[in-house]
Design a binder for this molecule. Structure first.
Ligand code: SF4
Ligand code: SF4
Ligand code: SF4
Length: 284
């Protein structure tokens, strides 16, 4: 069940922050100094951050490496071994020197442990600095936390190694997705190679995928054929001047634009096409 999103008031936040400072003293000071350093440090462009993380540059400037998000994640029931009662590896880790991620910052690797998209998103409200911004996962209409608004990354399918694209029946990633038929769909296609079978190809829906990585974890290939990348790495950018004529929102985006007829003039424009015929002169 989704719980009410309560954003701590500034004074509560400050008191919370002060409490941490009292408890962890030099650790936090060290974190602040490190945050200043991290501002200049180059971040790993492939790192996946916890839900609702700010843009990477801002995240590195504000995260004080307190580890409260990772602790909240560790305390989730899914991270306790049901048989032994012992804690298992949790989704969020705090980076160590060998991780190739800014040391002390939280991140996750879906093929190790994906994000389980907990309904109450406990890792986010505990962040004392807003590096994990609760507003990013709060539905503006219901004012409740909404896992569909999570934005850790985007799943990408490598069609060369996904066996569903070979014609072998596999829907492991599709079944693993918490947003089945929303974030990932199976697309039917005729297999013209055999003439009598169908392809069932997994297709990720860009706007709905949260980047939780449950699909990556479930993938049956030796190295996952579906994997999560940060959205700015996974996505291209067409440019603002391209408009989707069939998309009302995109139409509204450019409603005040005045069309300008652009004509390019160069040396080639001065000649007609037939001028080039039978001509050895290749200089334009
Ligand atoms: S939402 Fe994901 S990262 Fe946050 S506590 Fe749950 S499993 Fe961990
Ligand atoms: S709770 Fe916030 S400040 Fe603390 S480590 Fe996590 S992201 Fe950084
Ligand atoms: S990362 Fe995979 S499992 Fe998670 S929402 Fe996206 S398609 Fe579904």
């Amino acid at each position: 069940m989704k719980s009410e999103a309560k954003k701590p008031k500034i004074s509560e936040r400050r008191r919370f922050f002060t409490d941490i400072a009292h408890h962890t003293g030099l650790g936090v000071m060290g974190g602040l100094l490190w945050a200043g350093y991290a501002d200049k440090a180059k971040s790993n462009p492939l790192v996946l951050r916890p839900p609702a993380a700010l843009e990477e540059d801002d995240f590195l400037k504000t995260c004080i490496k307190c580890g409260l998000c990772a602790e909240a994640c560790r305390n989730r029931p899914q991270n306790i071994d049901k048989e032994t009662g012992l804690p298992m590896e949790a989704t969020l880790k705090m980076a160590k020197a060998q991780d190739n991620v800014t040391i002390g910052t939280p991140f996750f690797i879906p093929s190790d442990v994906p994000c389980y998209m907990c309904d109450d998103i406990p890792c986010v409200p505990v962040c004392p600095t807003g590096s994990l911004d609760i507003a990013k996962v709060t539905n503006p209409k219901t004012k409740e936390l909404d896992v569909r608004m999570m934005d850790m990354g985007l799943a990408v399918v490598d069609q060369n190694s996904c066996i569903a694209f070979w014609g072998i029946q596999c829907d492991a990633c599709y079944r693993a997705c918490p947003l089945l038929d929303e974030a990932i769909k199976l697309e039917y296609d005729r297999n013209s190679r055999t003439g009598k079978h169908a392809f069932l190809k997994p297709v990720v829906v860009m706007d709905a995928c949260t980047g939780c990585g449950l699909c990556e974890k479930a993938c049956v290939t030796e190295k996952p054929a579906i994997f999560v990348l940060p959205r700015d790495v996974a996505l291209g950018k067409p440019g603002d001047h391209y408009v989707k004529g069939w998309d009302k929102k995109d139409q509204q985006r450019v409603q005040n634009r005045v069309d300008v007829d652009v004509t390019t003039h160069d040396k080639r424009s001065e000649k007609k096409a037939e001028d080039y015929l039978n001509s050895m002169d290749l200089e334009y």
